[in-house]
Ligand binder design. Structure first.
Ligand SMILES: *[C@@H]1O[C@H](CO)[C@@H](O)[C@H](O)[C@H]1NC(C)=O
Ligand SMILES: *[C@@H]1O[C@H](CO)[C@@H](O)[C@H](O)[C@H]1NC(C)=O
Length: 203
């Protein structure tokens, strides 16, 4: 783990010399995203085993942010905006999960920790550039997600929300998750289907 992080940071530092800063996430960003990745690795235990069978929470349609959303939105909006959506949506999702868990629930602390890690990720995010006018579609998503008057109409399991979070994170920040056996197609559904076959318990 330490070695691969060092390798990753080394690789990124090397890349920074040739790529414009905007294209690659910074090493600090990658470090906080990797920490988040480690924490999310336990999501099955905390968001499925610790909860009643088929337990769902109510979310806005826009809070279901999956790989298919990314491929649809990518043609219309900027990559940086997609990252902003990812950050916002998942922070809202965690707030919703926390709201339904009593403080003494065995998954409460896990959710608080995740929220904390998200805050750390946010701190190393570049602030939105004032020159970039947000796309209309993105504004719409932000407005809906932040609308506290409506609780949303979709019922989704917390585990599947965090699965979406995990996969879309790898897709949007793939430079942070390079593996030694070459480029992974994190944005493709087949990548995750393959993974599921290897670990059939991780559904
Ligand atoms: C949970 O959901 C699955 C799939 O929708 C269904 O087959 C199963 O019967 C459900 N289990 C319970 C206990 O409701
Ligand atoms: C993702 O797609 C679903 C439909 O499959 C839609 O309901 C949802 O609003 C989309 N999410 C975002 C953030 O665009």
């Amino acid at each position: 783990m330490v070695r691969s992080t060092a390798w990753l940071l080394g690789g990124l530092l090397g890349l920074m010399w040739v790529l414009p800063a905007l294209m690659a996430p910074s090493p600090t960003q990658c470090t906080s995203l990797k920490t988040l990745e480690n924490k999310l690795a336990n999501r099955r235990h905390y968001m499925k085993h610790n909860l009643p069978i088929n337990y769902t929470i109510r979310v806005h349609y826009e809070e279901v942010f999956k790989l298919s959303n990314i491929s649809r939105l990518r043609v219309k909006v900027k990559e940086e905006e997609l990252k902003d959506v990812w950050l916002l949506v998942n922070q809202e999702v965690l707030k919703k999960i926390m709201r339904v868990l009593p403080e003494r629930h065995p998954s409460y602390k896990y959710t608080v920790d995740l929220e904390d890690l998200f805050r750390k990720v946010q701190q190393v995010f570049p602030p939105p550039s004032p020159e970039i006018v947000p796309s209309e579609r993105i504004e719409e998503i932000f407005d809906r997600v932040k609308d506290t008057n409506s609780k949303g109409r979709r019922f989704v399991t917390p585990k599947s929300l965090l699965d979406n979070c995990y996969r879309t994170m790898h897709c949007l920040f793939k430079d942070c998750f390079r593996s030694e056996d070459g480029d992974q197609d994190y944005c493709g559904f087949s990548h995750w289907r393959k993974g599921r076959k290897k670990q059939p318990q991780d559904t």
